[in-house]
Design a protein around this ligand. Structure first.
Ligand SMILES: Cc1cc2nc3c(=O)[nH]c(=O)nc-3n(C[C@H](O)[C@H](O)[C@H](O)COP(=O)(O)OP(=O)(O)OC[C@H]3O[C@@H](n4cnc5c(N)ncnc54)[C@H](O)[C@@H]3O)c2cc1C
Length: 482
């Protein structure tokens, strides 16, 4: 039986095996370190295809799992079957998330038709659907999952199938176990390792042609039909009017960012009124774009990009490091916060709160604070809140609820319900950052103790808050007119 943490101890694919599959001079040798090889009963000769179960990397560009599956199918001289499983009961997923995902999937299927791969869509659970398809597979490839739930599914599948399996880490620049070998205390701990290794892992993928192409009818995905048949009864959150899913949409946002915002990212991105960030987080979350694609594009633009790389790689990989290694549940403050943070919050637990709001008031953005209300509405209306406002938003919920546990519960609920990039390691690390995770002690004050505090006066002093609030009011007006 494989257990939850075995995957890490199995280690990466042996070099010899790797060389048998791809010519060593064709790709960077670090590529094989993205791959974990789980040998179940050896290579099968009787199978019909290589099966790639696509889940976390929903794209064809710079998808190392797809690339590896193509190379392996070529070596075994067989077809490639890509399987995607829609899970209507995926925790906290709702209509907004599913529509974004389906938009991306439609494009993936079109590209798979072009390269000659077979495709099958199932609705249900991967532990049944992937296992079923694996019976006729020579070998199985999956992309890496990082959260507890995603890894548990992989573990259960591994324990049920009898085929050789490869798990490919393709949603991070540096594979999670290579970036740092244990849970990192803060960004300063992981940064040197990331900076030292980054260049070696910036190898994307090449368009390797499939030798055994599927020559039958192309696969067609009617996303409206799928949505109405299987997903329309889920919690209804309106589809985002601002973000449409898919890798070509992601590339559009990336190109606009590079041509219009990157140069001033360092100066502008923190200011909510300037909207100077990339807006790529929904696409990174669904794997519609690879951070390798993004990093290569900004690095080759000739513009200053250190501040952006810090967010895209150091901060993001720190969050993934946390979720991958932390054995504690992120909902347990005592076990997951650094000791100083938990103790200081605990010692201020009974401090008087000037305002206490319940979930209903918060969800509707009806507090006394126009900045906070604007942030909440930005998230509800578009599915994406500005980074500085996320920090402020989280801090204020801690200040305005009766206990730290209640604050955490509300933050997780709202974040995962409305953000398109919610249900992500960045979200859990970001929310816990509001409680002191990955941060340091500051001057002691009520409710927060030594945990960093933020206030409206600070936002007003530093940023164009008038412009931010007006922009959100405009959005609200447009929504109202519809
Ligand atoms: C309370 C709170 C909740 C958050 N919830 C989420 C969430 O659910 N999903 C999510 O992806 N991010 C979350 N973040 C982190 C951050 O706010 C977003 O990643 C960022 O705002 C996304 O916007 P962008 O793509 O325009 O960022 P950019 O500034 O353009 O940055 C580029 C990329 O770098 C990464 N990044 C940026 N800031 C951070 C950060 N602080 N930590 C980790 N990675 C970062 C993201 O992948 C982002 O897309 C949260 C932060 C806080 C404080």
């Amino acid at each position: 039986m494989l257990t939850f943490y075995d995957q890490h101890s199995i280690g990466t694919m042996p070099m010899l095996k790797w060389i048998q599959i791809v010519m060593p001079n064709e790709v960077n040798m670090r590529y094989h370190e993205r791959i974990t090889h789980v040998l179940k009963d050896g290579e099968r000769t009787e199978g019909e295809y290589v099966l790639y179960w696509m889940q976390s990397a929903q794209r064809t560009i710079d998808n190392h799992a797809l690339d590896f599956a193509i190379r392996y199918a070529n070596r075994l001289n067989c077809k490639l079957l890509v399987c995607f499983v829609i899970m209507p009961d995926f925790p906290n997923a709702n209509s907004r998330h599913f529509m974004f995902m389906l938009q991306g999937l439609k494009e993936v299927v079109e590209k798979l038709n072009d390269i000659g791969a077979m495709f099958v869509l199932s609705v249900g659970h991967p532990e049944i659907e992937v296992v079923k398809r694996s019976v006729h597979a020579k070998s199985v490839v999956m992309d890496q999952g990082y959260g507890i739930y995603e890894r548990k599914i992989r573990e259960n599948i591994l324990n049920k199938i009898n085929a050789e399996v490869y798990i490919v880490d393709t949603n991070l620049v540096i594979p999670v176990h290579k970036a740092y070998a244990k849970e990192a205390y803060a960004a300063y701990a992981i940064r040197p390792s990331i900076m030292r290794q980054m260049d070696a892992y910036l190898e994307g993928t090449y368009d390797v042609p499939l030798t055994c192409r599927h020559e039958g009818n192309p696969f067609v995905l009617d996303i409206d039909a799928i949505f109405h048949t299987h997903l329309s009864s889920l919690t209804s959150v309106p589809v985002s009017p601002k973000f449409k899913g898919g890798q070509s949409e992601a590339l559009k946002w990336l190109n606009t960012f590079i041509s219009e915002k990157l140069e001033k990212y360092n100066a502008n991105s923190s200011d909510p009124g300037l909207f100077g960030s990339s807006n790529l987080s929904p696409y990174l979350h669904f794997g519609h774009i690879s951070p390798v694609t993004v990093a290569n594009a900004v690095l080759s633009s000739g513009q200053p990009c250190d501040a952006f790389i810090e967010q895209l790689i150091v901060r993001r990989e720190l969050a993934y490091n946390y979720l991958y290694y932390a054995k504690e549940d992120y909902r347990d403050l005592k076990r997951t916060l650094p000791r100083w943070a938990f103790e200081t919050i605990e010692s201020h637990r009974d401090d008087e709160r000037e305002h206490i709001y319940d979930l209903q008031v918060l969800e509707q953005g009806l507090t006394h604070d126009p900045y906070w209300n604007a942030a909440q509405k930005e998230m509800v209306l578009t599915g994406h809140m500005h980074n500085t406002m996320r920090m402020y938003w989280g801090k204020k919920v801690i200040e305005w609820t009766e206990s730290p546990e209640k604050a955490l519960e509300i933050l997780l609920y709202l974040n995962d319900k409305y953000e398109l990039d919610g249900r992500d390691p960045n979200g859990y690390a970001g929310i816990l950052w509001c409680f002191g995770k990955h941060d340091r002690p500051w001057r002691e004050r009520p409710i927060f103790g030594k945990v960093r505090y933020m206030n409206a006066a600070g936002l007003k002093r530093k940023y164009n808050m008038k412009d931010y609030v007006s922009a959100i009011q405009l959005l609200e007006g447009e929504q109202f007119e519809k």
